[in-house]
Design a protein around this ligand. Structure first.
Ligand code: M6R
Length: 611
């Protein structure tokens, strides 16, 4: 859950590294550091805190002069986020610098062995042992890349790392296991990084490394080998989105920009996946219709917001296909011995395609011979690459840690998957599928309308910004939306919020309600509308301030709610796609009113690549 970037070229490395780190800060922002080969010596500057703290310490873009270097932005695992634990880490001689994303699981044993051999450690991190292992291998007379390969063979755990060595100017060695590492091919310059975004203004072409591959980057070449040094054919990749997609484009925050990109993101995710008659065309799945007909059970696995999209999908898949669906938090799935076989379809949902728990669940499911379909926003990421089938969402890069547009597109993609299963298995008539598709196609316009109502949401948000406890209630597909609304509020405003199935409140949580407690109810029209209204009255009677999300034209709700945030009428199963907008706006405006940092909330990182 850190970001790494390395540069080997002919330009000053420092500004390129800092720019790369800025684009990777979504991966962690506890501390940051750089190492540049300057005047024949490895020079390191690192600071606790966000990238600005490092930039302040450096003073200017030319503080370090050199044409090769490495940079790191950290989300702490081993050791507190202090200057001393910030990367890069050095060996005893200060000639080898290492940056690392991941966890070296046997670091304690390695550290004891290395200390017994006379190595002196300067930090509490697991990473530092890599620098000392490389130092040891160099002392045995191995060349730089071979020394790194030898060190890697002793590591247990996960890593994406990059190494710089004083004796090899203009060379950066990178390697990976279980965590992402890509290399960019420029003109007279090459890159390694956690993500293509780090060097996208230099090149859109490069390779995605596989596990236990090592890349040696020089200004002229990118050579990829296995751990024995044998050349391997790397997975070539061309990035098809523009850097402008990863810029704020005039919005105050990435979150605001990304919320406003939702109509387009949903439209793009639907586009080209149906024919003019409304039949689903999902040949891209790489899973045959026969295989899908054999499925007798579906598991959905995901984490966080992606899990909430899976919860919504459960309602849709069961209703449209009559297949039983279990939904499970990915970190729990593989540790409870779930019943899977060849006829089980496991659907993994992950915007990043990197989440360690979801990747673990996918691997587990495949070992049990289940078929795995992934819904993902990141082309070529580990989870889709390790799955049998993939449906990409087309949200474009999402920078804000809080997921918004990727959630909307996960919902859209999962509706497509559910309809496709129904079409292939014959549980819906063609005209029924076509009618839902037509309704889906109306959604981007409705989302646009909800976004235009942002000011109304802001007024409510400002009124309740100091309420420390919030409840979010829903029934049917409104329940996952209540969970998502609560998660968004917690994540970016640091307020306590709980999502509940509305009727469950009576079984305990209703005790939390005091005079003025804000209770957000997701209340579009549905077959449980009347029951929901009863639940609203139960909490209103106990003094709650009801903020209802209800449809235009619903007159009844206003009699019971303190505030009504309106959404356009939408088919019941698809309503999450419109209800999510006021929920997102509410958390955004509350967080702004409270002066929270919005795009980089404390303690979080965009991709959770550790278990
Ligand atoms: O990349 P993924 O979709 O697998 O990420 C899963 C969660 O970490 C993610 O949805 C997280 O909950 C978001 N920060 C929520 O806004």
């Amino acid at each position: 859950m850190c970001g790494i970037v390395g540069y080997a070229g002919n330009q000053q490395a420092l500004p390129i590294l800092l720019e790369g780190l800025r684009r990777l800060e979504y991966r962690g922002y506890d501390s940051a550091g750089v190492a540049v080969l300057d005047g024949g010596e490895v020079q390191v500057v690192r600071r606790a805190g966000k990238l600005e703290a490092l930039e302040q310490a450096l003073g200017s873009d030319t503080a370090l002069n050199g044409v090769s270097g490495i940079g790191h932005t950290r989300w702490a695992t081993h050791g507190q986020p202090t200057d001393r634990n910030a990367h890069p880490h050095l060996d005893c001689s200060g000639r080898v610098a290492v940056i690392h994303n991941g966890i070296i699981e046997n670091f304690y044993t390695l550290r004891q062995q290395l200390e017994a051999d006379g190595h002196r450690f300067a930090s509490q991190t697991d990473t530092e042992c890599v620098a000392h292992l490389v130092e040891g291998a160099l002392a045995e007379g191995l060349g730089f890349a071979d020394a790194v390969r030898k060190a890697l063979k002793r590591l247990e755990g996960s890593f994406a790392l990059a190494v710089l060595h004083q004796g090899d100017p203009g060379v950066v060695v990178g390697a990976k296991r279980d965590l992402p590492l890509v290399a960019g091919r420029g003109e007279g310059e090459n890159f390694v990084a956690s993500d293509f975004a780090a060097f996208l203004d230099h090149t859109k072409d490069g390779v995605i490394l596989e596990d236990d591959q090592v890349v040696v980057a020089t200004p002229e070449r990118l050579d990829v080998t296995d751990l024995d040094g044998d050349p391997v054919e790397a997975y070539e990749h061309h990035v098809d989105w523009d850097l402008s997609a990863a810029e704020k484009g005039g919005y105050e925050h990435f979150m605001l920009k990304e919320m406003h990109e939702q109509p387009l993101a949903i439209k793009q995710t639907l586009e080209g996946r149906t024919d003019p008659q409304g039949r689903l065309l999902l040949d891209e799945l790489r899973m045959s219709e026969d295989e899908l007909r054999e499925v007798d059970k579906v598991f959905v696995v995901a984490c966080g917001t992606a899990y909430h999209s899976g919860l919504v999908a459960k309602y849709a898949i069961e209703h449209w296909t009559r297949l039983p669906v279990e939904i499970e938090i990915a970190s729990e799935f593989r540790y409870r011995d779930p019943v899977l076989d060849r006829n089980t379809l496991v659907i993994a949902i992950s915007q990043s395609g990197e989440t360690a728990d979801t990747l673990g669940a996918v691997r587990y499911a495949r070992r049990q011979r289940a078929r795995v379909l992934t819904v993902c926003n990141t082309v070529g990421a580990s989870i889709p690459r390790e799955s049998d089938a993939v449906l990409y969402t087309r949200a474009g890069p999402e920078v804000c840690v809080a997921a918004t547009k990727t959630f909307a597109t996960q919902l859209a993609a999962m509706y497509l998957v559910a309809l496709y299963l129904a079409q292939v298995r014959g549980t819906m008539f063609t005209d029924e599928v076509a009618s839902v598709v037509r309704e889906l196609e109306q959604v981007p316009g409705k989302v646009e309308l909800c976004l235009e109502r942002s000011d109304q949401v802001r007024k409510v948000a400002e009124q309740y910004k100091d309420a420390h406890d919030w409840l979010f209630l829903g029934r049917h597909v409104g329940y996952p939306m209540a969970l998502e609304g609560a998660l968004k509020l917690k994540e970016i405003s640091y307020l306590h919020a709980e999502g509940y199935p509305a009727a469950e409140l009576k079984h305990g949580p209703i005790a939390l309600i005091e005079d003025g407690t804000p209770v957000v109810v997701v209340h579009p029209s549905s077959h449980v509308y009347a029951k929901m209204l009863t639940n609203i009255q139960e909490v209103a009677a106990r003094g709650a301030a009801i903020i209802a999300i209800a449809e235009d034209g619903d007159r009844e709700v206003a009699a019971h709610a303190t505030h009504v945030l309106r959404v356009p009428p939408t088919a019941q199963l698809l309503a999450p796609l419109v209800c999510l907008i006021p929920l997102q706006l509410l958390s955004y405006h509350v967080a702004v009113a409270r002066g929270c940092p919005i795009d980089k909330p404390r303690n979080l990182a965009k991709s959770v690549t550790v278990e």
